[in-house]
Structures are given as structure tokens and as C-alpha cells.
Design a protein around this ligand. Structure first.
Ligand code: FAD
Length: 403
């Protein structure tokens, strides 16, 4: 398999635009738009995938790639949707890898989370009481007394043991994006246009207007432009863009360290330590609502690296090879936002997911394509729908007005 380069750094290789109408225009080549275009291509649709910069140039082009399940308790539609997506992922990735020869770095490595006190240990035991019912007896959620490997994490950090789950996994975000890009370029059904943005669209006239002055006819359009999606739909929903969805800055880092690629993710108090194999360990991530430069790294990631080194002493001297910052899209309700626009069933919105997007994007793509084909068969939780996000956005607007 070839190495997983950063897709955003690959030279743009766009097809020339064909002037006839497209069945589907996909706006944004992040993890959501790339899966959507790739999977729609398999259905024989004629697709234009647009990216203002390049595939993987937004939040998706980062370093971490944690695929962390929700806890196996208080089960609901959102947890079921994510569980099914995480279950499907190895097969989806295997198909993509076979097709492209590009390694996506998927590994169901599990996760260890240290427990610092007895109260927490009791709570963690409680969270997993019904694991076999919700995770279908296939994956574990258990309390272990010691790390499996010395200093992964340090036993000092796990005074009251650790929670281990075997459903958590990781993927190499850039490897996955690179594989999707490679498959998209090979697919004659898909035209990839990088370096060109959607400026506006007219749902009734079925026209998309692009930054290079072209207008494109479409039957359906999927708005998967990450944070920029909110600006396209908020005016039509009559809500403030920032109330509907706002960017949350995050910083992450890659260290050079030879850690077994099968070792579990270590997660403690917001800090992830992920062995990606090939001598690389990812650290993340910060969550910042306030920031001056969205793409600058600063002391906050250095603090996270320090905590990661204390957590996992095996990386205490590992050199930092990259630091990275990006903006996560977060819709008002935090959950993914996937729905058709009111009155315009040919306009599909697909964004957000916040910290779980990599584990669900392929299933969000299925939902978007089902909307395009006019037959929704996947069960979509109400909390993913526009109405739920809009209700939260309106509450946020009222609070802002009162404060
Ligand atoms: C530090 C950090 C760590 C993270 N860690 C994880 C993790 O471990 N696991 C996880 O699941 N998630 C994680 N996330 C979140 C995850 O990266 C995002 O939720 C996800 O990448 C969002 O994907 P997207 O496709 O919606 O948006 P993006 O990746 O932002 O893609 C949007 C694309 O749209 C393009 N675009 C924008 N406007 C236009 C326009 N007008 N016309 C055409 N194209 C346009 C952009 O160029 C961009 O390529 C992390 C995020 C950060 C910042």
C-alpha cells in the first residue's frame, strides 16, 4: 500500500467542468462530502464535487482520528446510529483500500481510560451494566486493575483501575481522505473541482453559482461545507448563523515514537494519545470557543502534549513532528446535522458531528444519498434533523438577547 500523504497537499487534479446538468452537486470535500461523492458515484449518479480549496483542507485534514463510541447506557437513536456506523466501518474501509491501494490506518485498537477515585470506578461500572444488550455482546466495556502494557498509561494515573472498551478504534484522517480522493478521481461519474467555491444557489431554479463565475444546473445539492454550511442555510431558516452552528477550534500534535500500533487509545480528561503505527503517536485535542487565529498553534497544545507525556511516559522524550489547528463544525444541537431543507427536498444539509464525525460520516453519506434517491431507509435520529437544531438555535438566540 502506498503511504498516506496529506490529501490537501496533493497537487490539484480537477476534471474540466462538463456544462450539462448534474444529478448531484456535493459542496465541500471534507470527510462528509468526500464519502458522499464517493458513495454516490457507486450509485451511478452524475456528480460534481466542489471544494473551495482541496479535499481535506478543512477540519478533516487533521491528525487525531479517534473513533470513540458513546457510552453503552441510556440508549437512544444517536447511539444506535453511531454504533451501526462504527460496526460498518471496517468493511467500508477495506473496500476503499482494495480499490485504491491506500492504507487508511484503521485499527479497532480499543481504549483505556484511567480512573482516579472509587466514586468514578463505581460510576464507570454502572455505565457498562447493559453493555451486552447495547453492543450486542460483541464488544467489551470492563474495569481492569492495571494497564495492559507498562506505562501505557502510567499506573500512577490509574489509581482505581481503568475502563477498557474494545469498540473504540482509530483511523488516519489524511490516509482516509487521500484514499477517498484517489477513488473519486478514478470514478468517471464524478467531476472534482478543487479551488472553486459555491457562492450561492437557487433551489427552485436548481442552479449553483460558483466563485469562478460559472452557474451549474443540478437536480440535488448536498451542502457539506463544514462550518460554512451554516451560513448557506441560516438565512432561509431565519436564524442567526452563529446560533445555528459555530466553529470550535481544536489543536492536535503528532509525535515520533515507536509504539505498538495495536495498543489501545489512552484517553484521560480530554487528552487522547493514539498510536498510529509507522512510528507516529497523535496527541489531542483542545476545544476552544474563543480564539484569535483559528489555524495557529500555541501554548494550549504544548500543555496537552505535556499532559500526554505524563500520562504515557513511553512518549516522554518523543520529538514533536507536527502541530496542527483547525475548526470543528458544531451545530446547535452538537449532534450531526443531516436533513433536507424545509420546502426544498432537493437541498440536503450534511455537517457537524463535532467530535464523532469520522466514525459516522460514511453513514451520513448513505442518508444524504437516500434523500437524493427519494427513499430514506436509514433511521435518522430526530436530534440530527433541522427542526431539533433549529429549536436549540432559537433558544440560544433568546438567551443571547436576554444576557
Ligand atoms: C483538533 C481536532 C481534532 C479532532 N479530532 C477528531 C477525532 O479524533 N475524531 C473525529 O471523529 N473527529 C475529530 N475532529 C472533528 C472532525 O475533524 C470534524 O468534525 C470533521 O472533519 C468535519 O468534517 P466536514 O466534512 O463536515 O468538514 P470539513 O472537513 O471542514 O470540510 C469542509 C470542506 O468544505 C470546503 N468548503 C467550505 N466552504 C466551501 C464553499 N463555499 N464551497 C466549496 N467548498 C467549501 C472546505 O474547503 C473544506 O474542505 C477533530 C477536529 C479538530 C479540529
Amino acid at each position: 500500500m502506498s503511504s498516506a500523504d496529506n490529501p490537501a497537499s496533493v497537487n490539484s487534479q480537477s476534471h474540466s467542468i462538463n456544462s450539462s446538468a448534474y444529478d448531484l452537486v456535493v459542496v465541500g470535500g471534507g470527510i462528509i462530502g468526500a464519502w458522499t461523492a464517493y458513495k454516490a458515484g457507486k450509485r451511478g449518479l452524475k456528480i460534481l464535487l466542489l471544494d473551495a480549496q482541496k479535499i481535506g483542507s478543512g477540519a478533516s485534514g487533521g491528525l487525531l482520528g479517534a473513533l470513540m463510541p458513546h457510552m453503552p447506557e441510556r440508549w437512544d437513536g444517536k447511539k444506535q446510529f453511531q454504533f451501526e456506523a462504527l460496526e460498518d466501518m471496517p468493511l467500508e474501509i477495506a473496500q476503499l483500500q482494495n480499490e485504491t491501494g491506500i492504507d487508511c490506518g484503521f485499527n479497532r485498537c480499543g481504549r483505556l481510560a484511567p480512573i482516579m477515585n472509587e466514586t468514578k470506578r463505581g460510576q464507570m461500572l454502572g455505565h457498562g451494566a447493559n453493555v451486552d444488550e447495547f453492543w450486542l455482546g460483541k464488544y467489551q466495556w470492563q474495569i481492569v486493575d492495571q494497564p495492559f502494557e507498562t506505562d501505557w498509561p502510567s499506573a500512577d494515573k490509574a489509581i482505581c483501575g481503568l475502563v477498557y472498551d474494545s469498540l473504540s478504534a482509530r483511523v488516519n484522517p489524511r490516509g482516509l481522505l487521500n484514499a477517498l480522493r484517489s477513488a473519486i478521481i478514478k470514478d468517471d461519474n464524478i467531476t472534482l473541482l478543487e479551488g472553486t467555491a459555491l457562492t450561492s444557489y437557487d433551489a427552485e431554479a436548481k442552479q449553483a453559482f460558483l466563485s469562478d463565475g460559472q452557474s451549474i444546473s443540478f437536480s440535488h445539492i448536498v451542502l457539506s461545507a463544514g462550518n460554512n454550511t451554516f451560513g448557506f442555510i441560516a438565512p432561509e431558516l431565519d436564524v442567526a448563523t452563529l446560533a445555528l452552528g459555530r466553529p470550535i477550534k481544536g489543536q492536535a500534535a503528532m509525535l515520533s515514537a515507536d509504539i505498538d500500533p495495536d495498543w489501545p487509545i489512552v484517553f484521560d480528561n480530554g487528552v487522547y494519545v493514539i498510536s498510529h503505527g509507522n512510528g507516529k503517536v497523535a496527541i489531542g485535542s483542545t476545544s476552544e470557543l474563543e480564539f484569535s487565529d483559528p489555524y495557529a498553534t500555541d501554548q494550549k497544545i504544548d500543555d496537552a502534549i505535556k499532559r500526554a507525556r505524563e500520562l504515557c511516559p513511553l512518549i516522554k522524550d518523543a520529538p514533536v513532528i507536527e502541530k496542527w489547528a483547525g475548526l470543528r463544525p458544531r451545530a446547535a444541537g452538537r449532534d450531526p446535522l443531516i436533513d433536507v431543507m424545509p420546502d426544498h427536498p432537493n437541498v440536503i444539509v450534511s455537517t457537524s458531528g463535532f467530535k464523532i464525525t469520522f466514525g459516522v460520516a460514511h453513514k451520513m453519506a448513505d442518508v444524504a444519498i437516500e434523500h437524493v434517491m427519494g427513499k430514506l431507509t436509514t433511521t435518522v435520529p430526530d436530534s440530527f434533523k433541522i427542526a431539533a437544531h433549529l429549536a436549540k438555535a432559537r433558544r440560544a438566540e433568546i438567551q443571547d438577547n436576554l444576557s
